[in-house]
Design a protein around this ligand. Structure first.
Ligand code: GLN
Length: 234
């Protein structure tokens, strides 16, 4: 089970979300605290963020930096991340499922050009509808392509259907488009932190400060500038 983190709020540095917190994704890459499946997340990392400095949609243009190497050893990213600022971020560290390729294209966040998406979990690829747009043969990449094709407004319904088709699936998904941050819980942990300057959704709290709440299993969370909405998934 990988670990992921999403942010929607004021412009902040990627380093402040991913590298600086005492138990942030950098530390979760070798010492996650709540991971139930797998021991560490050494099979790659990815950071995606929406860039409003370029011409494009109001929420910004998605940009990604992904690697099949462990996050803890990436000194180049460590040097640049304090200079990357965004209002909307999706980041992940990966523990590859057995049989899945370890390569940058199998590493979240995946994109369709408008959304960034990460998946914590596992799904039997044979229950997923056929798609030709997946970035990799990895289950998460195929799941992302299927979600993009059905549209993110149907995210809750898509997860419920796939969960019904594969009773062993774990389907914690996190997605953002620059103005909305969506997440599902289906088999693994997710916590929310409401800060004065924005909202964090993360597989596990990045520190022990008060304010983190756990999201119950089988829920859809939607964060916008209007607030946070939570719906149960059947
Ligand atoms: N199944 C996905 C992969 O192989 C995600 C794994 C995970 O959540 N640990 O990358």
């Amino acid at each position: 089970m990988c670990r992921h983190l999403g942010w929607l709020g004021a412009d902040v540095t990627v380093a402040s979300l991913v590298l600086d917190p005492p138990c942030g994704l950098r530390v979760q890459s070798y010492a996650p605290r709540r991971q139930k499946h797998g021991l560490m997340n050494a099979d790659g990392w990815g950071v995606g963020f929406f860039d409003r400095s370029s011409h494009g949609p109001e929420g910004g243009v998605p940009r990604r930096w992904r690697s099949p190497a462990p996050l803890w050893g990436d000194v180049s990213f460590g040097s640049i991340a304090p200079a990357l600022r965004s209002h909307c971020v999706v980041a992940a560290v990966r523990s590859a499922t057995v049989g899945m390729p370890i390569e940058a294209s199998a590493t979240a966040p995946f994109t369709d050009g408008g959304w960034l998406l990460s998946h914590n979990g596992i799904v039997d690829r044979s229950v997923l509808p056929a798609t030709t747009s997946a970035e990799s043969v990895c289950d998460s990449a195929i799941l992302a392509a299927v979600i993009f094709e059905r549209g993110l407004d149907a995210l809750g319904d898509t997860i419920s259907r796939i969960g019904a088709a594969d009773s062993l699936a774990r389907l914690n998904v996190l997605a953002a488009n620059g103005s909305r941050l969506l997440a599902t819980t289906w088999g693994d942990t997710l916590s929310i932190l409401r800060r004065d300057d924005g909202v964090v959704l993360a597989s596990e709290p990045y520190d022990d400060a008060p304010g983190w709440d756990d999201i119950p299993d089988r829920h859809l969370v939607e964060v916008t500038t209007e607030g946070v909405r939570m719906t149960r998934l059947d």
